[in-house]
Design a protein around this ligand. Structure first.
Ligand SMILES: [Zn+2]
Length: 106
């Protein structure tokens, strides 16, 4: 039993809801596309929303619903994805929704 638990914790495909969210790029809760809401929050914020590492994506609205509060700039990590000038590998800017930009503070 312990071995099985340990394996599932490591296996990114063990969580079908999270896997579907990551493959289809949609929010785990509302299944809206998160194409313009890719972001990284601190582990503590993600954990408070009862999300696991590979548990899939949440849109801003559903993450805020789970936290029962608005996100603020301090909730987000310092990674390039959270910067205004983040681009795809081919140089096109990655779109950010108005509400994501407002939560990031720009
Ligand atoms: Zn959602």
């Amino acid at each position: 039993m312990f071995g099985r638990l340990r394996r599932s914790a490591r296996d990114p495909y063990s969580d079908p809801v999270g896997r579907e969210s990551r493959e289809k790029g949609w929010c785990v809760d509302c299944r809206t596309s998160v194409d313009d809401e890719f972001f990284m929050v601190h582990d503590s914020v993600w954990a408070k929303a009862r999300m696991k590492d590979l548990g899939g994506f949440l849109c801003i609205g559903c993450l805020e619903k789970r936290l029962s509060r608005r996100l603020r700039p301090a909730d987000f990590t310092d990674c390039p994805m959270n910067k205004p000038d983040f681009t795809y590998l081919d140089g096109r800017p990655v779109p950010k929704s108005r509400r994501l930009r407002s939560r990031l503070g720009f």
